[in-house]
Design a protein around this ligand. Structure first.
Ligand code: FES
Length: 102
C-alpha cells in the first residue's frame, strides 16, 4: 500500500472528472453515483489525457479518437482501444481523496 493525498473530494464531485498528478503518475479522478474512482489518465491507444474527454454512461470517452473506458473497472470497451487503463483504490479522509498508487 502506498497512499497519497490528492485533492478535496468536493472538487471531484463538483467537476465529475479531474486530472491529478500523484506519486509521479498522471491519474484521473471521477465522481459516479456519489462514489469516487481513480484510473490512469493516459489513453492506451495513443497519447491523450482522458479527463479532457467526456463522461458517457459510466465511461470516459477519449478526446482524441473517442475510445471508451469503463470508469469503475478501467476496461477498454472496444476499438480503437484494446488495452485497459490501470485502476487505483481511493479513500476519503477529512474531505481529501487519498489514492493507493501500488
Ligand atoms: Fe485515445 Fe486514440 S488516443 S482513442
Amino acid at each position: 500500500m502506498s497512499w497519497h493525498a490528492s485533492i478535496p473530494a468536493e472538487e471531484v464531485h463538483a467537476k465529475g472528472a479531474v486530472g491529478v498528478e500523484v506519486d509521479g503518475l498522471r491519474l484521473g479522478l471521477y465522481a459516479l453515483d456519489g462514489e469516487i474512482f481513480c484510473n490512469g489518465n493516459i489513453c492506451t491507444h495513443a497519447f491523450a489525457i482522458l479527463t479532457d474527454g467526456h463522461v458517457v454512461d459510466g465511461c470516459i470517452e477519449c478526446p482524441l479518437h473517442q475510445g471508451l473506458f469503463d470508469i469503475r473497472s478501467g476496461k477498454a470497451m472496444g476499438p480503437p482501444v484494446a488495452r485497459d487503463i490501470p485502476t487505483y483504490a481511493v479513500k476519503v479522509e477529512d474531505g481529501i481523496v487519498w489514492i493507493d498508487t501500488e
